[in-house]
Design a binder for this molecule. Structure first.
Ligand SMILES: O=P(O)(O)OC[C@H]1O[C@](O)(COP(=O)(O)O)[C@@H](O)[C@@H]1O
Ligand SMILES: [Mg+2]
Ligand SMILES: [Mg+2]
Length: 339
């Protein structure tokens, strides 16, 4: 799809108009989701602005340090967490929040409660903050069951999410979301302060030419991962080797995978048998988006969205990307099971 040409046809569709259009397809809807999303969008704009100023404002000092005015400086991930917690609580549409930055789930006080639970990584790619490389925010949304909210509302398989998305703070600011009817990408116009639909109905290429993994962990990989990466470099069918791209920010690596195709891996290894990435606010939202775009996501054992987490910061190995590329790694794990 020619996204540049499509951007013209979208007639300056802002994210607010887009979500209101979606809402009008559900006559029973009372606009709760639209309000929640507008608060998430506000959080993204706020963090985007802080990220853009970080190099100058010395926001990237260590948490607890003081700046020249004697004010306490906050690390960007601490600041981003505060921004999102405030934005989500003040929406009046959430009951439970799970953030990478908070050890415990946050239960919203009864008078501000609403029907959603939001799981999020307020700032993903922390190792890239200080050098100005793309970082992002990842979020997933569940509906809270009736009655007193409890951890059971969040410890659910990823397929139960009603929406997921991420915002990438890169050379421009991009917000990618899915409410279960395809994946749509918006780009922030800084002069308008509006996210404009630039990438409607994103579909990941069926097969890609890029693999993305931290190869520094290779000596500890299991057989199927090692075999897969070997095949990327030395294809047995005589085709060209895949290119390696690895930014080290999941948001940026997954965004490129979504647009260009290929595979992103954060596998298990001998040192980290559950991999590194967190199920609720990294693996699930990205898997939801990739499936909605026509790709796949696999843990080495099962479809990632079928996992049932038992604690809020649980980790899982992850292989996600183009349908055919993920099929190949699935076949290698299936073959290992038969050896
Ligand atoms: O440095 P490594 O081990 O390759 O890990 C990179 C991964 O770690 C992360 O930075 C973890 O996320 P946080 O920065 O939110 O902790 C991912 O964005 C990225 O995919
Ligand atoms: Mg992260
Ligand atoms: Mg983080």
């Amino acid at each position: 799809m020619d996204h540049a040409a499509d951007a013209h046809r979208t007639d300056l569709m802002t994210i607010t108009r887009f979500v209101l259009n979606e809402q009008s397809k559900h006559p029973e809807s009372r606009g709760d989701f639209t309000i929640l999303l507008s608060h998430i969008v506000l959080g993204c704009k706020f963090v985007c602005s802080a990220v853009n100023k970080a190099g100058l404002a010395k926001l990237i000092g260590l948490a607890g340090e003081t700046n020249v005015q004697g004010e306490e400086q906050k690390k960007l991930d601490v600041l981003s967490n505060e921004v999102f917690v405030k934005a989500l609580v003040s929406s009046g549409r959430t009951s439970i929040l799970v953030s990478e930055e908070d050890e415990e789930a946050i239960f919203v006080e009864p008078k501000l409660r609403g029907k959603y639970c939001v799981v999020f990584d307020p700032l993903d790619g922390s190792s890239n903050i200080d050098c100005g490389v793309s970082i992002g925010t990842i979020f997933g949304i569940y509906v809270v069951k009736d009655g007193e909210p409890s951890l059971k509302d969040v410890l659910q398989p990823g397929r139960k999410m009603v929406a997921a998305g991420y915002c990438m703070y890169g050379s421009f600011c991009t917000l990618v979301i899915s409410t279960g009817t395809g994946v749509h990408g918006f780009t922030l116009d800084p002069s308008l302060g509006e996210f404009i639909l630039t990438h409607p109905d994103i579909k990941i290429p069926k097969k890609g030419k890029i693999y993305s993994v931290n190869e520094g962990n290779a000596k500890n990989w299991d057989g199927p991962t090692a075999k897969y990466v070997q095949k990327c470099k030395y294809p047995e069918d005589g085709s060209s080797p895949k290119s390696l791209r690895y930014i080290g920010s999941m948001v940026a690596d997954v965004h490129r995978t979504l647009l260009y195709g290929g595979i992103f891996l954060y596998p298990a290894d001998k040192k980290s048998p559950n991999g590194k990435l967190r199920v609720l606010y990294e693996v699930f939202p990205m898997s939801f988006l990739l499936e909605q775009a026509g790709g796949q996501s696999f843990t080495g054992k099962e479809r990632a969205l079928d996992l049932v987490p038992t604690n809020i910061h649980e980790r899982s190995p992850i292989f996600l990307g183009s349908y055919d590329d993920v099929e190949e790694i699935k076949a290698l794990y299936a073959a290992e099971g038969k050896e």
